[in-house]
Design a protein around this ligand. Structure first.
Ligand SMILES: NC(=O)c1ccc[n+]([C@@H]2O[C@H](COP(=O)([O-])OP(=O)(O)OC[C@H]3O[C@@H](n4cnc5c(N)ncnc54)[C@H](OP(=O)(O)O)[C@@H]3O)[C@@H](O)[C@H]2O)c1
Length: 319
C-alpha cells in the first residue's frame, strides 16, 4: 500500500478563489479564471503523482467538481476514488467582492438538481454526502431525501455519507447513525471535523469505525489556526508544543497536526485542504514519521472547549 494513501485531497480551496481560512498574505495579483483553473488542475495532477487517490469535492466548491470531472476523463485510473456532496450552491461567481459565497438548501429538489451534474463523476464516484448536515434543515428526517439517497446508493453502488460542522457534531452523528431505510442503516461515511484543538468527536470516530463505517477527517489544520499566529494568543502554549515536535521530526507544523489525527483515531481518510503545491508537499510529510505515544498524549491536552472553538471558527473570514 502506498504510504500516502491515508491522505485525500479536499478540493474546496482549488475551486473558488476565496475560502474560509486565516490566510495572511492577500494575493495582489489580478484574478484570472483561466489561470485559476490551470492551477487547480496542476494541483490535482501533482496530488495524483504523489500517490493521492482520494478526492473530496462538492458543487458548493465553485469549479472544483467540474475540474475533477474533466481531469478524471483524462486519467481513467480505476484506483481513484471520489467523494462529492450535495446541498450547497456556489453563488459568488468568482467575484472577489462577493459577500455571499454559498447558499444551503437541503431539499429533494436540490438533491436531484445537483445529482444531474455530480453523476458525471461516475464510475470514480464512490461516496455521496449531505453537505454539512444540520438539525435545523431537518434533512435527517426528510423521508423524500432519505429514500432518494437510498435509491442512488442501490442504483450506483454508492456509499451514502454526510459532513458535519459545528459544536453539535456529536448530536448529528448520533442521529445519522440511527437513520434506516428498509431496515438498513443509510449512512456509511462520516466526514468530521477533528484536530488538535477540537477533539470532541474522538469517541464517535472510534464507534463509527468499529461498525465498519468510514470516517473522513476534515479541517485537520483548524483552517490554518494551528500555525503560530499573534491573533491567537490563546494558543501560544499549543504553538510551542507543535513547533518543538516539528523541529524534532524536521517537518512543518502542518505535518505534526495531521499526524496527530492519524495517530490518535482510526480514520479511513484524512483530507489535506492545501491549494498550493508547497503546502501539499508539507502536508504529505506526515507520511514520513509516527508520533510516540507520549507525544500523542501531549497533543491531546491541546484541545479547547468546542463552543470556544466554533465561535472562533465563525469569525474567520473568506480569504
Ligand atoms: N463538508 C464541509 O462542510 C467541509 C468544510 C470544510 C472543509 N471540508 C473539506 O475538507 C478539506 C480540508 O479542510 P480545510 O481546507 O477547511 O481545512 P484545513 O486543512 O484545516 O486548513 C487548510 C488551510 O491550511 C493552509 N495550509 C495547509 N498547509 C499549509 C502549510 N504547510 N503552511 C501554511 N498553511 C497551510 C491552507 O492554505 P492554502 O490554501 O494556502 O494551501 C488552508 O488555508 C476541504 O478542502 C474540503 O474538501 C469540508
Amino acid at each position: 500500500m502506498s504510504k500516502t494513501q491515508s491522505l485525500g485531497l479536499g478540493t474546496a480551496a482549488i475551486g473558488r478563489p476565496k475560502y474560509i481560512n486565516i490566510r495572511q498574505q492577500n494575493n495582489a495579483e489580478q484574478f484570472s479564471l483561466a489561470k485559476f483553473r490551470e492551477r487547480g488542475l496542476a494541483l490535482l495532477e501533482s496530488a495524483y503523482e504523489k500517490g493521492i487517490r482520494y478526492f473530496d469535492t462538492a458543487p458548493g466548491y465553485g469549479m472544483a467538481e467540474q475540474l475533477l470531472i474533466n481531469w478524471l476523463k483524462e486519467k481513467q485510473d480505476p484506483t481513484i476514488e471520489v467523494a462529492t456532496k450535495w446541498g450547497y450552491t456556489y453563488v459568488a461567481n468568482f467575484d472577489k467582492y462577493a459577500t455571499v459565497h454559498e447558499v444551503k438548501e437541503h431539499s429533494s429538489n436540490k438533491l436531484n438538481e445537483q445529482w444531474k451534474q455530480s453523476q458525471k463523476l461516475l464510475p470514480f464516484l464512490t461516496t455521496y454526502q449531505i453537505h454539512s448536515a444540520t438539525l435545523e434543515t431537518g434533512v435527517l428526517e426528510n423521508q423524500e431525501v432519505l429514500l432518494r439517497l437510498a435509491e442512488l446508493k442501490n442504483e450506483h453502488n454508492l456509499k451514502i455519507g454526510l459532513s458535519t460542522t459545528g459544536a453539535n457534531q456529536l448530536e448529528i452523528l448520533k442521529k445519522a447513525l440511527a437513520v434506516e431505510v428498509d431496515g438498513v442503516q443509510l449512512f456509511e461515511v462520516f466526514q468530521i471535523t477533528y484536530n488538535v484543538f477540537d477533539q470532541t468527536a474522538v469517541s464517535a470516530i472510534r464507534r463509527i469505525t468499529s461498525q465498519n463505517k468510514r470516517v473522513v477527517i476534515k479541517e485537520a489544520l483548524a483552517n490554518g489556526r494551528v500555525f503560530p499566529n499573534p491573533k491567537y494568543s490563546n494558543y501560544s502554549e499549543a504553538y510551542l508544543q507543535l513547533s518543538k515536535l516539528a523541529e524534532k521530526y524536521n517537518v512543518g507544523i502542518d505535518a505534526i497536526a495531521l499526524r496527530f489525527c492519524l495517530d490518535s483515531v482510526p480514520v479511513y481518510k484524512l483530507l489535506s485542504g492545501a491549494s498550493l503545491e508547497l503546502h501539499l508537499e508539507g502536508n504529505l510529510k506526515t507520511n514520513a514519521f509516527q508520533l510516540e505515544e507520549k507525544e500523542v498524549s501531549l497533543l491531546r491536552n491541546l484541545q479547547v472547549e468546542p463552543e470556544k472553538y466554533w465561535k472562533e471558527r465563525k469569525l474567520l473570514g473568506w480569504n
